[in-house]
Write a protein that binds this ligand. Structure first.
Ligand SMILES: Cc1cc2nc3c(=O)[nH]c(=O)nc-3n(C[C@H](O)[C@H](O)[C@H](O)COP(=O)(O)OP(=O)(O)OC[C@H]3O[C@@H](n4cnc5c(N)ncnc54)[C@H](O)[C@@H]3O)c2cc1C
Length: 415
């Protein structure tokens, strides 16, 4: 089968490798001049930094697929994380739990509640906890309009009551809903959960995507860079072109932003509220430590969301993600050095760079409906949706691949 993939981010690249493994003839169209999409590194001169904290799941099919690519060097390590929060008073630094930790509460209650929006989900905790979470989370936007599924990647999916471990264990067993709302660090499960491995490209994502590009070309995948694809509806037929040149009538897989496609096919506009974020990247004045670690931050007066410490190019580095509230790079660094000190990390930032970034990962209630309508309408146009309703890349690719299998089965049945 001839397959055209639109979008050369990690999803498009993974699918291109997968389809070519299965013997399909693949063409990949990418609007920019390189592959990788949002995974690409921040480059400051010769210095590379990870853009956000984006791990590959060891054991996932994608990991196995990438590992086989010549020139791809994946560094595997124990997945370490923690959280820092002051939402309930004093600063709590907790290893092994990357979501909100509630200290000093013994009354663990989760009311059976509507669970459609972020506001409803967070409102199901007892008032003292719900109020603190809702107040912190409102920086993400209108919580009454954001789909509850966003809680997972807002790192608000579960809460851990650190002074009521036994009560948490018991309540989790009472119902699937309570189990879903309450968290436990891995070491407090009975028996403790193993620390899983995660992976990162040893030389950064840019180098990783260069190797994947070379591999695709070697396998005969036609990779078109600087090839922005425009969808058009002509007499009820969906057509795709690059600079007015129509693409062949292959099966299409749309792994790029779905906004234009959604409007064209469903007549509805995606809301996908933009988050104005920053990536503060810096070198640290310590020797490389070997194992990366990240901490989610839930701080009332700080724009930080996540602190990620890792080694790259033989240098210890840090990437801090947060909301752009207009603070200068200097102000953010002062704040970061102070937080690092409080966390007991014996290091300081030595050279830094600030990158502003718009993120479109939040889905409203209306977006969920639009994406599902879009996915069902695309089937009749021989277009596979790129799993946009999912956040994680493995889920995105899995959804796209199973839609592809359905399309392949129905085209075989027609022949
Ligand atoms: C900060 C952050 C951290 C994350 N961390 C993780 C994580 O650890 N694990 C995880 O599973 N998921 C994570 N995610 C979610 C997941 O990584 C992303 O959903 C995934 O990387 C997106 O990859 P993609 O290829 O689908 O999209 P993108 O990376 O956005 O790639 C889309 C590509 O399409 C191209 N394009 C756009 N329009 C067109 C067009 N018209 N024609 C041709 N090309 C076009 C773009 O240039 C881009 O290269 C994270 C997301 C964010 C924002």
């Amino acid at each position: 089968m001839n397959v055209s993939i639109v979008g050369g981010g990690i999803s498009g690249c993974l699918l291109a490798l997968k389809f070519s493994d299965l013997g399909h003839a693949v063409s990949l169209y990418e609007a920019s001049d390189c592959l990788g999409g949002i995974c690409r590194d921040v480059q400051v001169g010769e210095n590379l930094f990870f853009s956000n904290c984006q791990y590959l799941n060891v054991g996932a099919e994608s990991h196995a697929l990438f590992k086989r690519v010549e020139g791809v060097d994946l560094f595997e390590f124990p997945h370490r994380y923690g959280s820092v929060n002051d939402l309930f008073g004093d600063l709590v630094i907790y290893d092994d739990f990357a979501q909100v930790v509630v200290p000093g509460q013994s009354d663990v209650t989760v009311s059976d509640h509507d669970n459609n929006t972020v506001a409803e989900r967070l409102g199901a905790y007892e008032p003292v906890v719900a109020d603190a979470l809702l107040s912190w989370a409102k920086r993400f936007g209108d919580l009454h309009n954001l789909d509850a599924g966003n809680c997972t990647h807002m790192q608000l999916g579960r809460v851990f009551y650190s002074d009521a471990v036994e009560r948490v264990r018991n309540t989790k067993e009472e119902s699937p809903w309570a189990n879903d709302m309450l968290g436990l660090p891995r070491h407090l499960f009975e028996p403790p959960l193993a620390v899983q491995a995660a992976a990162l490209p040893a030389h950064g994502y840019n180098n990783f995507f260069d190797a994947i590009h070379t591999e695709m070309v070697k396998r005969g995948v036609m990779v078109h860079l600087q090839a922005p694809v425009t969808p058009r509806m002509i007499s009820g037929k969906l057509e795709f072109s690059v600079r007015k040149k129509k693409l062949p009538d292959d099966l299409k897989v749309w792994c790029a932003n779905p906004t234009a496609l959604a409007h064209l096919v469903t007549g509805r506009r995606l809301e996908m509220p933009a988050m104005s974020c920053f990536n503060l990247v810096a070198t640290l004045d310590i020797e490389p430590e070997g194992v990366p670690v990240y901490y989610q931050t839930f701080l009332r007066d700080s724009p930080f969301l996540r602190i990620f410490k890792y080694d790259l190019q033989g240098v210890s580095k840090i990437t801090v993600e947060g909301f752009d509230t207009g603070r200068s790079c200097g102000e953010l660094i002062t704040e970061l050095n102070a937080l690092i000190r409080r966390m007991g990390w014996a290091c300081k930032v030595t050279s830094e760079h600030l990158v502003l970034q718009k993120r479109y990962t939040l889905l409203t209630l209306s977006d969920k409906e639009t994406l599902s309508l879009l996915a069902s309408s695309l089937a009749e146009h021989a277009v596979i949706p790129g799993g946009w309703q999912f956040y994680g890349r493995d889920e995105k690719v899995k959804a796209a691949f199973s839609a592809f299998q359905c399309a392949e089965a129905s085209s075989c049945a027609v022949q």
